[in-house]
Design a protein around this ligand. Structure first.
Ligand code: NAD
Length: 489
């Protein structure tokens, strides 16, 4: 592929050394062409054990967790090392993830690298100690200080859809806060994580064992990381189903779990909005990266009186987007990550048809492509909010358009979901918008197209979309413990 990827496959990073996997190698596939791009080290359970041991030793025996300035320096070095190899990283991201190259100048690559600065700055500038002042209790006057300290060894488990964004939104704050990390990326996108290994070893002063990268095609290594008592915290992004297993695996040790899970977010269009514009924008956004985004608004709730016009506008926007070659600068909808994911989306399209849904545009594989895991951007109409495709996360370029009977009904339907990750509101009257904003039970909301993604903006979910917040100061503090120290005043 390029110089960042060794011909024999990307190695693991364990205890500061680049090492082969105990279970050989596994293939990484280009989802746009179905070609084998190359191989990644396939870690064994022993490799995972060694990685956890290295992270534990680095945390317990070095000054890493106490040297805030050194950590800021190291995180900046990692950012610089990635920036220096941006073209190779871009090629890997487009090849392995099937991410449209257009997105690599934003959240698929360059955005999260730049955002490492936010974490590094926090390491230097955060108030690690807060003086609470004196207080008397039972005749003893005490001076109290609140100290914030690293949690310890963090197990980071990540998915494939935005691998750099999610790997770095965990690594950056976890390291800046003073933790050591074992990163286990998704089997579909091992290279995006593994190539960090040589950059860390060759271009940073990050001490041995502080970051360990364990690629594997075996999900059981994720469970091993969760269940190992030497790991103090698990930070997980993935499906709600796997999130439940992670919580259950961590429960016997009352281990801290930070979960970023699935979504089925609603775009609420009020009757005073430019309904066609809101419908087109929402349809367009759901086609980005073939709909493989947890926070996309995949339910479009529109006033019943304008339903046909909204469906037509959404379909016009979707039918203008071709699922295509992600290396082309004009592509916004590339392939799905795998044949399994494409099969899953097709199953949902069959379910929609069987429940009485009308496929207005799209509905299957593009006739023009005989290779690659593509699905045409699809609009489904004539289903209610309790239909399967309105309730379950599809993770494909599929929008369901649903009629509502007024603002309160729209809020009720938005909340009639196990998830609560994101959403949007479209309208003119600020009082009505405010009522919707305060009524929707979700972690992130866009009003009239406002963009919420930024390094300083906390992101995460209500309900079954997760526990905790990534990014922002809140995302940094997820990786901190609180220690209160009292001394005689
Ligand atoms: P997944 O849950 O199948 O896998 C995620 C990771 O968990 C992978 O690394 C996998 O190997 C690992 N894993 C699997 N079983 C495990 C177990 N029992 N214990 C520990 N680890 C295990 O998810 P996916 O298919 O890779 O990603 C898609 C999902 O991720 C979607 O549901 C999407 O909504 C969600 N997601 C959420 C966010 C967010 O911030 N809320 C962001 C991106 C993706």
């Amino acid at each position: 592929m390029n110089d960042l990827v060794p011909a024999e496959g990307t190695p693991l990073l364990i205890g500061g050394k680049l090492v082969p996997g105990g279970s050989g190698v596994f293939a990484t596939i280009n989802p746009a062409t179905e070609e084998v791009l190359g191989h990644a080290a396939n870690a064994s359970a022993d490799d995972m054990d060694a990685a956890i041991n290295a992270a534990r030793t680095a945390f317990d025996t070095t000054e890493w967790s106490r040297d805030h300035a050194f950590r800021a320096h190291c995180v900046r070095q990692l950012r610089g090392a990635m920036q220096n190899r941006i073209d190779e990283l871009r090629e890997i991201t487009v090849g392995e993830v099937g991410a449209p190259v257009m997105l690599t100048s934003g959240p698929q690559l360059e955005g999260p690298i730049a955002d490492l600065s936010f974490a590094a700055d926090l390491s230097e500038n955060y108030s690690w100690k807060t003086d609470l002042g004196d207080a008397e209790q039972m005749g003893i006057n005490s001076r109290r200080t609140v100290r914030r300290e690293a949690v310890g060894v963090v197990g980071a488990i990540t998915p494939w859809n935005f691998p750099h964004q999610i790997n770095l939104a965990k690594l950056g704050p976890a390291l800046a806060a003073g933790n050591t990390v074992v990163l286990k990326p998704a089997p579909d996108t091992p290279w995006c994580a593994a190539v960090l290994g040589s950059l860390i070893v060759e271009h940073t002063d990050i001490p041995a064992g502080v970051i360990n990268i364990v690629t594997s095609d075996n999900h059981a290594l994720g469970a091993q990381l969760v269940e190992d008592p030497r790991v103090d915290m698990v930070t997980f992004t993935g499906s709600t189903r796997t999130g439940r297993s992670v919580m259950a695996g961590a429960a016997p040790m009352i281990k801290r779990t930070f979960l970023e899970l699935g979504g089925k977010s609603a775009a609420i269009v009020l009757d005073d909005a430019d309904i066609a514009a809101a419908a087109s924008y929402t349809a367009f956004s759901v086609a980005i990266h073939a709909g493989q985004g947890c926070a996309l608004t995949t339910r479009l709730l529109v006033p019943r009186s304008a339903y046909d016009d909204a469906v037509a506008a959404a379909a016009a926007a979707m039918s203008g987007i071709r699922a295509g070659d992600p290396t082309k600068p004009g592509t916004i909808c590339g392939p799905l990550i795998s044949a399994a994911q494409r099969d899953r989306v097709e199953r949902y399209l069959d379910i929609a048809r069987s429940e009485g849904g009308r496929i207005v545009t799209g509905g299957g594989r593009p006739a023009s492509r005989d290779r690659g895991y593509f699905i045409e951007p699809t609009v489904i109409a004539d289903l209610g909010n309790t239909s399967t495709v309105a309730q379950e996360e599809i993770f494909g370029p599929v929008l369901v358009v649903i009629a509502h009977d007024g603002d309160a009904d729209a809020v009720r339907m938005a909340n009639e979901s196990p998830y609560g990750l994101s959403g949007s509101v479209w309208g003119k009257d600020p009082d009505r918008i405010e009522k919707v904003v305060s009524g929707v039970r979700t972690g992130t909301l866009s009003v009239n197209g406002g963009l919420w993604y930024h390094a300083d903006a906390p992101f995460g979910g209500y309900k079954q979309s997760g526990i905790g917040r990534e990014m922002g100061v809140a995302g940094f503090e997820e990786y901190l413990e609180t220690k209160l120290v009292a001394t005689p005043a």
